[in-house]
Design a protein around this ligand. Sequence first.
Ligand code: SF4
Length: 323
Amino acid sequence: MRVYNLNGRRDNKYKARIKILVHETGTEELTRQVETEWLALKNSDLKLPQTDVDAIDSYFRPPHLPQRPEGWSALAAARKADHSFAAWVDQNVTPHKNPDYGVVTISLKPIGGIPGDATDAQMDLVADIAEQFSQDEIRVSHEQNLILPHVAIADLRIVYDLLLTDGLATANAGLITDIIACPGLDYCALATARSIPVAQRISERFASAERQADIGELKLKISGCINACGHHHVGHIGILGVEKKGEELYQISLGGSGDEVCTIGDITGRGFSSEDIVDAIETIVDRYLEIRTDKEETFLATYRRLGAAPFKDALYSEAANAA
Ligand code: SF4
């Protein structure tokens, strides 16, 4: 931050990004500056006193979670009785450190909806659920969803039923309709293309729950300009909206990932018009389904195994045939 504050372009909102500074300074020189600054600071008075560290530590101490082992048998019965509930548990509930609890993702990605949007009534509902069933905690994820971090397995059914009352129980966390989209041209003054309507049309195209489950984990991210607020560069499939000769054009990148093995996606080639972008995404997905070794091999794993060639082949030969 100190190096950025000294040399970054805070004077120009179009250039006030650390990536601009990296680009203009060069990675090696910037690394040298950061290391020099760090060595000078490391043992200086700016070091946080231990009492402050302890205070922060106690403030963020994990809550006391009573044991609730009875939940597992109730969960098994509820899953058996309701296929939709079982699908939601499989997709939107992840393990907690405490085996009697789960971490619930509330998807803000209903089919055809605006990614990440919630009404005031939905927010009130989530606040009430968090108060009653998740130690009064809600987290907002960078994936534009809400997280209830400590829900007892015994309470999952009731939480699901409450979420269902206001359209908040979409079972698509991590699937192709769980799209990250920035505000784009609909709201953002910096945008060069729309993001939200593209996300909505892709979501509608892949609406079938069975089809989404078959495709499995697939992170699709859309940005409406090069600033990349939608993280398209680390999407398994990334879409970047640009403007060319007054038209919105969508560039696709593949194989990006923002997880522990971080990779920047590869640009496939020329972009697609707003009219053609949804077909192009479907072409990529269909090719993946043809070439994966089996259902266990995710889109990203297939891409890492085979690279861009089969996808480019499908995309551009199909486009050429259509022309
Ligand atoms: S990426 Fe999206 S939200 Fe970010 S500046 Fe560009 S259009 Fe705006």
